[in-house]
Ligand binder design. Structure first.
Ligand code: ZN
Length: 214
């Protein structure tokens, strides 16, 4: 079992079980590794239960030459003469590129670029529509969450966000934009969110089932 400890300024310690079986522990730096190890040991049964549950759940399965983009499965075709360009053929569900996007490092870089492009454009539009203001958008390897909004208005998203269906991405953007006005997840937050994005529960459900494997 692989366990990764992520240090961040969170009040509580979070244990997250990723459906690929990895465990992420999010804790503030003031907790010693030993304390966290004991905590993991105490939650071992729960962790094992989660892992068993994930193994039996529905998921999006990709073949080795496939990519998930905006909630759809594309086949990747390598065309060296394209150089660093990537071309998408939505109707044929093909993504062609000069770099091999099936290689993890190129793939990640491409998703990062696409996520940045898609999210920045969409966040600007949604902020304008609903009257929000943010400082800037950052795309990072986040793993423990899809998005985060700091108190100074910097919104961070995980680099895998380009894999999600557009409506699910919209939900995440609206959620983080709302945090620029309401930082916590109280009743006021969810009520307000519902007025901006009435079907937010369906988006959360999608993330809870399919999003866990991405
Ligand atoms: Zn939130």
């Amino acid at each position: 079992m692989r366990i990764r400890i992520e240090r961040r300024s969170v009040r509580r310690v979070w244990i997250k079980v990723h459906p690929n079986g990895h465990v992420v522990v999010v804790a503030s730096p003031r907790y010693a590794d030993k304390t966290l190890e004991r905590l993991i040991e105490r939650h071992r049964e729960w962790i094992d239960r989660q892992r068993t549950r994930y193994r039996s759940m529905e998921r999006i399965r990709l073949a080795s030459d496939e990519l998930l983009y905006r909630g759809r499965i594309y086949r990747f075709v390598l065309r060296p003469r394209l150089g660093s360009t990537v071309v998408r053929y939505p109707r044929r569900r093909i993504i062609a590129g000069g770099r091999n996007l099936l290689a993890p490092s190129f793939q990640r870089q491409w998703y990062m670029e696409e996520s940045r492009r898609l999210v920045v454009k969409r966040a600007r539009r949604l902020a304008l529509r609903y009257g929000f203001h943010f400082e800037r958008i950052e795309i990072r390897d986040y793993t423990s969450a899809w998005g985060y909004c700091s108190s100074d208005g910097i919104i961070t998203f995980d680099w895998r966000i380009a894999m999600l269906p557009p409506r699910v991405m919209d939900y995440l953007i609206v959620h983080e934009l709302l945090h620029t006005k309401i930082p916590t997840h109280g009743r006021r937050f969810w009520r307000h969110l519902e007025t901006l994005y009435p079907s937010y529960r369906a988006a959360i459900e999608w993330l809870n089932s399919y999003g866990r494997w991405l």
